[in-house]
Design a protein around this ligand. Structure first.
Ligand code: TYD
Length: 141
């Protein structure tokens, strides 16, 4: 059971090993909603051809996500208002589970990175917090 998103911390997030199957034809990885990750998948989006820049700079009130660098690498910094933690995604079988209620910044994209995001909800603009001070208020700070 996921904590209330006002209470979540960076310690509620972490990198998981995505199931992988190997034979002489190479690797296959699979993620089933509700089985390999704690939510059903309602949306997938992906970032690619990212120039030298950072993305993100927002929090979600309810959305849960799994982020995967299916190719290349990216740094994801999560922030709960008190603590920050940076995760390096650089393998197609590593996925970062992101709890709701955390500020995120994505940077250090290597050339050719594809960062795929599996999300628990469809796109809802009202679920975004794009102002850091508003985020701190959301966290009661
Ligand atoms: P944005 O949230 O700014 O990207 P980032 O994840 O790097 O913060 O999204 C960029 C644009 O894409 C913005 O106009 C909204 C649109 N968008 C959708 O329409 N649906 C989606 O599922 C997502 C993630 C973004």
């Amino acid at each position: 059971m996921m904590k209330d998103s006002h209470q979540t911390t960076v310690n509620d997030c972490g990198v998981i090993d995505i199931r992988k199957y190997y034979d002489n034809r190479g690797y296959l990885s699979v993620i089933e909603g509700g089985v390999d990750i704690p939510f059903e998948i309602r949306r997938i989006y992906y970032l690619y051809m990212v120039p030298e820049t950072s993305r993100g700079a927002h929090a979600h009130k309810q959305l849960q996500q799994l982020m995967i660098a299916t190719s290349g690498s990216v740094h994801v910094t999560l922030d709960d208002g008190r603590q920050r933690k940076t995760f390096v995604l650089d393998k197609p079988w590593k996925g970062l589970l992101v709890a709701p209620g955390l500020w995120r910044d994505l940077d250090n994209f290597s050339g050719g990175t594809v960062c795929m995001v599996l999300a628990s909800e469809k796109y809802e603009a009202e679920d975004y917090i794009r102002d850091y001070q508003c985020f701190l208020s959301f966290k009661g700070l």
